[in-house]
Design a protein around this ligand. Sequence first.
Ligand code: GLN
Length: 493
Amino acid sequence: MTRLTDLSLAQARDGVAAGDFCAVELAEAYIAAMEGLRSLNCFILETPDVALEMAAAADARRTRGEGGALNGIPLAIKDLFCTKGISATAGSHILEGFVPPYESTITRNLWNAGATMLGKTNLDEFAMGSSNMTSYFGPVTNPWQRAGDDAKLVPGGSSGGSAAIVAAHGAVAAIGTDTGGSIRQPGSFCGIVGMKPTYGRCSRWGTIAFASSLDQAGPLTRSVRDAAIMLGSMAGHDPMDSTTVDVAVPDYEAELGQNLNGMRIGVPKEYRIDGTPAEIEALWDEGVSWLKSAGAEIVELSLPHTKYALPAYYIVAPAEASSNLARYDGVRYGLRVDGNTPQEMYENTRGEGFGAEVKRRVLIGTYVLSAGYYDAYYLQAQKVRTRIAQDFHDAWEKVDAVLTPTTPSAAFAQGDKMDDPIAMYLNDVLTVPASMAGLPAISVPSGLSGDGLPLGLHVIGRPFDEMTVFKVGQVLEDAANFKAQPQIMAGGG
Ligand code: GLN
């Protein structure tokens, strides 16, 4: 018999709706799974009692003939989302003990759709990182291991806990946030689907800010269909976030499953980056041929400013972070380390409360925003950002979506790249351009590396055209027929 934790979100939803099992049973199965996976350190806080209470409410709704699109679905929530009455840490010591008095719009939307909460997942501190190694609450371990090697690997980051727990079947689905790749890269490293919507599609209200002009919430799931279902409940205009856009949210799930006849897919030559392993190039070529077989026309594309995206991102993102993180002063939230004067208290609190990577970003950000350097760095980076967006804008005249690999490597070992921030930043070289341009993009598990680790392909779409991104993603998913499972799984599978 299929275990409840092996069902897709769509199957679990249909099972609850049909009364094949109840939401409480589903929650109990996932609570047991989550507890059995503690060695991965995916959660900063498990909330089994909340999950059971919400599940009982979901069952009651069903008996009354009610229930939203996610009725009774147990989710893992990145600990960057504010959850009313339940702690939110952002993976940082400085927010330890902070209990938000309000609910983020995204989580509220999910609860309104009937979903239940398993807990708050681990992440890189303030979502700054690509390995989940910068969390104050310790690293997350990827449930995948290299063939014949039990070295602990990173799950990617910053949504590492969310990706790892979904991959190991400890949650049906999870939500993350993506500023430069933090949903797509961990999705790729953990062999699951990770989707970043268009900037402005999902509300940022109640999501702890990293870089406000880039941050977007999105789903991490075990299939493209599940991601489409999740986004349908998350997305939408929010009067509390003026950067959300009031455009209709399509029924993504209903429109899935069509072929790609007449669709043009761009393959940008600038994404062929020196040093990319041959197996990733080969997977990309395979992806191209899958899309061709599904009826798409392949167009060679040039996005000339691609190579400036990562350096510009590492000016814009730290600049915004330094400003956003100025609010953590020991007065209003979480940690306070006393001193003899208020100034000393601020210094002590920030000195002890922030980790090394966050401090690096605050220093860089403050520097590029300072009077003498603003024009040379920050303004210049903003101009580059406009050029990157223009590249894509021009591309949409010729193509409907763009296909690239998600990451330049498979998952690496915990501790690798820690003494070389630039090597760590390079993880996002293929995901950052879409972030800078605010575009929707998905990573779909499409193959295995030589040593048996998942590799993702990446589809970027036009603004607010998540539908095409899902459709192309599903064609890749069907063609890849990715069935491999991680070594560490719920139930010890
Ligand atoms: N790894 C990138 C960074 O460290 C992206 C992080 C993110 O998307 N939150 O900034």
